[in-house]
Design a protein around this ligand. Sequence first.
Ligand code: ADP
Ligand code: MG
Length: 342
Amino acid sequence: MPRIQRLSDHLVNQIAAGEVVERPASALKELLENSIDAGSRNLQIELQAGGTKLIKVIDDGCGIAKDDLELALHRHATSKIASMDDLAQVATLGFRGEGLASIASISRLSLTSRYTENGQAAAHAWRVDADHGRLLEPEPAALAVGTTVEVHDLYHQVPARKKFLKSDSTEYAHCAAMIERLALANPHVSFTVIHNGKAQQRWQAGDMAKRAAAIIGDDFVNSGIAVDEGFGSLRLHGITGSPTLGKTSREAQYFFVNGRFVRDKVVMHALREAYRDVLHHNLHASFCLFLEMDPEGVDVNVHPTKIEVRFRESQAIYRFLITSLSKALAKTKAGIAPEGID
Ligand code: ADP
Ligand code: MG
């Protein structure tokens, strides 16, 4: 067997990129989460060829200080946690410090940012370019506010991964779905989406119901049941779909834990159970629900993409979800019962 050798940082980043950046939509997710963590109120997303040619995110968040700009592209460099205690309490979407480094290792990336501190914007912006992980010197740049990241030719030099990409329109559909999840969880942020030069979406900042109507549909919101239940430190709120609106696909199922879209067995099981008596078993419920809980009770550091979570007390969560949803759905049962049967 050959002798052991250390992998270069470049190779380590590229290997990590395989996990974090499965497809253009995953790169887009990392960029948008960074923008949201930076307190942005307006996001503009430009894509070309389903994100394979270009992913560009323009935000108006706090920006990155010039001295941190290169660090932002390094692996395990983050401003979001500093200790294990921070990790247990993490309230930001990112914290692993590998999003930008991973993307930068498999694309041509440019990061331009104008730092704002205490309402005071830096004299001008700075820009740093990276070509497949090789960083160039930062240069002064022009930018009114916030951060703009451009990712060109993702996977261009990773033929193994490129082979697995689907058509541009399929990759775009994945990007669009990713944007919708983030937009539902952040209705106070406006989103503009452009694909191949054509405007696709424009969602103004507003409340959750308005955003859900724009994304899931007016009928979902109008016929849906408002949920707002609490128990101890747990709170479940949002809209759960009317059983009369059962769907043959699972496309309108959105569940967020502390603002993060998750797919979780415990959650899905609780939802199926709650709808069992009111929905035909061939149909799927629609929902847009937000579980807020003590960050200590949920581990989001299970997978690099953080779509899976582990609840510390999954049985308690399960029971809370069933109780809350059954209560909400009982209202509709009464509501849709034929007259006189009350
Ligand atoms: P993480 O989000 O896990 O911290 P990233 O690699 O995604 O790791 O980003 C590294 C750091 O760069 C972040 O911790 C943050 O300080 C900074 N950063 C990245 N994108 C932005 C942005 N759009 N606005 C402000 N800061 C950003
Ligand atoms: Mg990040």
